[in-house]
Design a binder for this molecule. Sequence first.
Ligand code: IPE
Ligand code: IPE
Ligand code: MG
Length: 247
Amino acid sequence: MSVVPQHIAIIMDGNGRWARKRFMPRVAGHSRGLESVRAVVKACVERGIEYLTLFAFSSENWRRPADEVSFLMQLFMRALRKEVARLDHNGIRLRVIGDMSRFDPELVRIIRESEEKTAGNGKLNLCVAANYGGRWDIANAVSSLMQAHPERRDGFSEEELAGALSMNFAPEPDLFIRTGGEKRISNFMLWQLAYTELYFTDTLWPDFDAATLDEAIASYKGRERRFGRTSEQLIGRTDQKGAAPHA
Ligand code: IPE
Ligand code: IPE
Ligand code: MG
């Protein structure tokens, strides 16, 4: 494949270990991780990536010590306050997905304000998954479909379900990256990752930058996406769902 991925989804993992290796508190790793977010957003704009989705806080991360959870919430709030003008200036549209019901109302207000401020932008669609879980997303989609169609007795199609998910505005990720060495999905976009190319790296998130992103993209470009077809069938195909194999 010669094209860059249209949508990259990243599990930004390894902040705590990055800090621990330096005898620093875990939260210092989260602060440093924010610098990687800046670097990767910039690199994605420069490379013409259309969608970047970042897993910032999972449904399960509430299980962490209260002071770490509260640090992460504060960091998120500070980052939004500080960065949104810059995102807007660079033509980036921000969306936040996840269950906001447990968030401080002030944080929810800033999230909504940031989304509105950048709603007219289209250079890069930056999506932050916060208090997000793939299972929550699917359960939520089913509930909303049932509420919207109480008369329906024969269930819903895959298209209807996909359209009710919180990422319904984006194509499915082409490339999934997980930093920090773990080889698992940790309840990230369960539905949409069905045919995504997976890339795992030992690099800890605070050490991830444009160069390590390029390694992931290079790995992606070397893959053959068959979507169930045979290699032979792909020759000459140029559409998204089965582009011509890498020569
Ligand atoms: C990822 O880094 C950030 C969040 C989950 C918020 P971790 O905090 O999980 O770092 P490790 O995995 O403990 O090193
Ligand atoms: C996944 O990382 C969630 C985020 C990066 C936000 P975790 O560090 O929470 O994942 P597990 O618990 O090791 O699977
Ligand atoms: Mg982790």
